[in-house]
Design a protein around this ligand. Sequence first.
Ligand code: DGT
Length: 241
Amino acid sequence: TSTSMSTITSLPPKSASKSYTTIAIEGNVGSGKTTFLTHLQTFNDDTRRLIQCFAEPIDKWRSVRGVNLFSLLNEDINRWCFPFQSYVQLSMLQMHQTAPTDPEVAIKLMERSLHSARYCFVENLFRRQHLRREEYAILDEWFQWIVRYEPSVGIDLIIYLRTDPEVAFERILRRNRPEEKNLTLDYLKDLHHLHEEWLLGRQDSTFAIPAPVIVIDANQDLAEVKRVYDRHSVDILNGNA
Ligand code: DGT
């Protein structure tokens, strides 16, 4: 498949209370979000609009008052998935609530969001019966409450880096993160289907899509994904995509 990008007619207006547009980069584990985010940071000049990137708070998960929750999760998923997701939800909320440091910043670019934590990861852990029904209910009630009463979790645009799970798996094997050594292709396939169910708005999906979605085929070599993105970036970042 060739790398491609679908377009939307226009960016929704950013909410009146904030002076910047919030874009979330979503996609399976290993889809290339970090590379993509780093790449976008170099676009400030081309678009003449300042971008600030907010990377996923993995380091926080690795040191919760000195405890590596991320590695505990991988040692005993049934025991640790509830505390882990509870903490992910908090750290995601904090990321949403953090405004860009410079008032000149026009685009806040986030790696993932509160929404994918809930609709992809929590959902997957529940469907795989790692999370108990009660635990799932508690996480979901927190999530629904936050979405309802906390405007900062709103997003203006989602860029979905779409990959075949096999391709994502290859990339994960290559980067060899210790916390990902138990990660299986099956797990990635389930996560992939949840991203699809959520972001492509399948008819039977009950998940809310918080913003318009641009889909980028990210199966290609990441250098090629960047080139495709570059051809469209000015439009995207200026809201003319
Ligand atoms: P990239 O750059 O697209 O390869 O992105 P990654 O893989 O660095 O970032 P991501 O968010 O897909 O995942 C980082 C690691 O953290 C990965 O092992 C999956 C895990 N992770 C991220 N969010 C959650 C979550 O809400 N729950 C669980 N269980 N794991 C999560």
